[in-house]
Ligand binder design. Structure first.
Ligand code: ADP
Length: 478
């Protein structure tokens, strides 16, 4: 028994279903049998009482005129009452107005005074009955009235109700037979239901074991019950997601290694060419050292970007949220970026529709605006323009970064937020970048419960729309 408990058998669905079915089979019997017995008992008592009262009333005239109440004898009536009392396996008493027994079918208590509340009430004109559960007798008291309508005595009829017990016993034995049949049927149904309901669950559990062992396998679609079908298909969805997460993790690791290796390879080539040749002119030294410096900068930028991404990816990454004046912050960022734009003669225009103060993490939000404006400048043509606008409503603030630059090829638009993705590889290489900027931007916006959307047309320009709630609401982490 202890073993069964420790295996959690009593908490299993199978056991619970079987238990419910057994209860449903047994409880009606336990509840209904006593109720039906009571109902039968009370109906029998009431019917018998009514019949006895009617019979008592039919004897009224004979008793009143017999002279019993004034001490006379009437052997014919005596015999009749005795026969009636015997037929009920009971007793009949005639009591006069002084509560004295004047006739007794047992002839035992004649002359005795009887004081019982039902007789006293009947003396006042009421017909009553009382069922004595202990002796199992029904006692009916009916007033005897004279032709003038005056109560002159009481007729008391006792009737044995033993037949109720006999009938109840018979009823109970039939019910028991019925119940044995019901319990047997419920047990059979319970066992079948137990098997029927637990089989698919056990099947699923086995498939899960296989998945845990092999990791790659899929759970076979379970179509026995809609709920299980739903669970198995959702589970397969989760496995699919886990696989794609795993794939993208592997891809990320190989991308990181590749991106980190590229500047190192360039530096190695530059250094080797300087080391390998004698009498290298000083100008060439200087140029190569500058190139090596550039590659070191590139390596540093990749590492910094990776660190920013990893920090944001960490589950439970915290935002340092404060109320920030967004207008001032954008102006500050643009002041820093304008000199870069001027180098390519790109006009940067900022338009603010209203003052906006929002709850954001200043450092991460700065990354968002910087990346978007930097890209709009980087992927632009000489003499192009970049328009930045800020607006808000009662719930969100909106930033739009628009340029008339290179634009993004249609098939690349959906990938530009992926890590290390760079549209138009040859061009991008010249322009420089890590392919991490928009991935960082998207993560930072998501942390603020915001959204970013892009529209772009090749050779015409791109528009990035950002929407962030004015008030930061921390998401519950389960
Ligand atoms: P990168 O370091 O290459 O700029 P990002 O993640 O910031 O990396 O951008 C990913 C790619 O999206 C870029 O390589 C570029 O091809 C494209 N892109 C981003 N912004 C723009 C833009 N404003 N105009 C055109 N192309 C863009």
């Amino acid at each position: 028994m202890k073993k069964l408990f420790s295996h959690g058998y009593f908490r299993s669905i199978g056991f619970k279903i079987a238990f419910i079915i057994i209860c449903v089979g047994i409880i009606p019997f336990v509840v209904c049998v006593p109720i039906s017995m009571r109902a039968y008992e009370s109906v029998s008592i009431r019917t018998d009482a009514t019949n006895l009262m009617a019979q008592a009333i039919s004897y009224n005239n004979q008793i009143v005129t017999s002279g019993y109440l004034t001490g006379d004898e009437n052997s014919l009536l005596d015999t009749q009452l005795k026969a009636v009392a015997e037929s009920y396996n009971g007793r009949i008493l005639v009591v006069n107005s002084t509560l004295k027994i004047v006739r007794d079918s047992f002839s035992a208590d004649v002359g005795k005074t009887v004081i019982w509340e039902n007789i006293i009430y009947s003396m006042q004109g009421q017909s009553l009955y009382y069922y004595d559960k202990l002796t199992n007798y029904l006692i009916v008291t009916v007033p005897l009235t004279s032709s003038e309508g005056e109560t002159v005595g009481v007729l008391v009829i006792n009737k044995s109700m033993d037949y109720i017990l006999t009938n109840e016993d018979t009823f109970l034995s039939y019910m028991l037979i019925g119940e044995i049949i019901i319990v047997s049927l419920t047990l059979i149904v319970a066992v079948f239901s137990h098997i029927h309901f637990t089989k698919p669950i056990k099947r699923m559990s086995k498939s899960l074991d296989a998945i845990v062992r092999e990791y790659t396998s899929e759970m076979p679609e379970e179509d026995s019950f809609t709920e299980l079908q739903d669970i198995s298909s959702k589970f397969n969805e989760v496995i699919g997601k886990l696989h794609s997460i795993d794939e993208s993790r592997q891809e990320f690791v190989s991308n990181v290694s590749h991106e980190l290796k590229t500047p190192l390879t360039s530096m190695k080539v530059l250094a080797d060419s300087l080391n390998g040749s004698e009498d290298v002119p000083i100008e060439m030294y200087k140029e190569f050292m500058l190139d090596i410096g550039d590659e070191i900068d590139r390596e540093t930028k990749i590492i910094n970007d990776l660190l920013s991404l990893v920090r944001m990816d960490k589950s439970g990454a915290q935002l340092n949220v404060t109320a920030v004046n967004i207008n001032e912050l954008i102006e500050h960022i643009l002041k820093r970026l304008k000199p870069i734009a001027e180098k390519s003669d790109i006009e940067v225009v900022y338009e603010s529709f209203r003052p906006v103060v929002a709850e954001v993490d200043e450092v991460k939000f700065t990354l968002v605006v910087t990346n978007l404006v930097e890209n709009a400048i980087k992927y632009n043509n000489e003499g192009g323009w970049v328009h930045i606008s800020l607006n808000s409503d009662h719930q969100f603030f909106y930033i739009k970064v628009e340029d008339n630059g290179l634009g993004i090829p249609e098939d690349s638009v959906e990938h530009i937020f992926e890590r290390f993705y760079r549209a138009d590889k040859s061009h991008s290489r010249e322009i420089g970048g890590t392919g991490l900027g928009l991935a960082i931007t998207k993560s930072a916006i998501a942390m603020h419960n915001g959204e970013i959307k892009v529209r772009s047309k090749l050779n015409e320009g791109s528009t990035f729309d950002v929407r962030i709630p004015l008030n930061y609401i921390e998401k519950e982490v389960h």
